[in-house]
Structures are given as structure tokens and as C-alpha cells.
Design a protein around this ligand. Structure first.
Ligand SMILES: [Cu+2]
Length: 128
């Protein structure tokens, strides 16, 4: 009886490892489009307009040459957009910073740097 139980456990373990191996061999998912990179610099975003597909990300990268602090702040977005705060950085940074955000709601998004709002503004358009 004891031996039988042990065999059952070994068989179950083999079945599990087989399932894991099968999962590892599954074809890789089609990679999502690469994030669109936007430079955050003294005193501009570059480019000032990006168009992405739903599900794609924008990656804001602070320029090494910056000497002033900047942030990324959502000024306006599509109606009914949820979790608005997640579209803005929580702090400012001068350099060595990056902010990546995935967009899943189609529409037009306007961003500013809250410290330099008249100079630093940009638009993200998310297509369906
Ligand atoms: Cu700024």
C-alpha cells in the first residue's frame, strides 16, 4: 500500500514537470509594439506629438544634459479615463529618470511639465 502511494506521488510529479516543459515550449506571444520614447529636456518634450496604438507604451526619458527639474503631468485625457493619477509622475527629476506608461484607452492625452507648463507640453494620441 505504501509503495503504491509513493508511485502515485512520483507519477503526479512527472505529470507536473511535463506540463511545465510543454509551457516552456509554447510559441512565444507576438511581441507588443516597442514603447515610443520621449525625451524630457530643458525646456521641451521631444517629440511634442506621438501617435501610438492601444496597448502600446510611452517611455519618457530625462536627458542627461538637464539642469532643471521636470515632471510629466496629465493635463487632459479621454472622457471617463480611469486611474488618472497613474498618468503623471509623482515627483520631479533633473536627470537619471524614466517614466513608462501603457495606454489602453484610445483618445487624446495632453501632458505638461508642471514647473514649465508654457514651454513644456505635448500630446499623445492613442488609436484603437
Ligand atoms: Cu520642466
Amino acid at each position: 500500500m505504501r509503495t503504491l502511494k509513493l508511485i502515485a506521488v512520483v507519477v503526479a510529479a512527472l505529470a507536473l514537470s511535463g506540463a511545465a516543459a510543454a509551457a516552456a515550449n509554447a510559441p512565444a506571444k507576438k511581441p507588443a509594439s516597442k514603447p515610443k520614447e520621449v525625451t524630457v529636456a530643458d525646456f521641451y518634450f521631444s517629440p511634442e506629438k506621438v501617435t501610438i496604438k492601444k496597448g502600446q507604451s510611452v517611455d519618457w526619458v530625462w536627458a542627461e544634459s538637464n539642469t532643471y527639474p521636470h515632471d510629466v503631468h496629465l493635463k487632459s485625457g479621454p472622457k471617463g479615463l480611469k486611474n488618472r493619477a497613474s498618468y503623471s509622475t509623482k515627483t520631479t527629476a533633473v536627470t537619471d529618470a524614466e517614466f513608462e506608461k501603457k495606454f489602453t484607452t484610445p483618445g487624446t492625452y495632453k501632458f505638461i511639465c508642471t514647473i514649465h507648463p508654457t514651454m513644456m507640453h505635448m500630446t499623445v494620441i492613442v488609436k484603437k
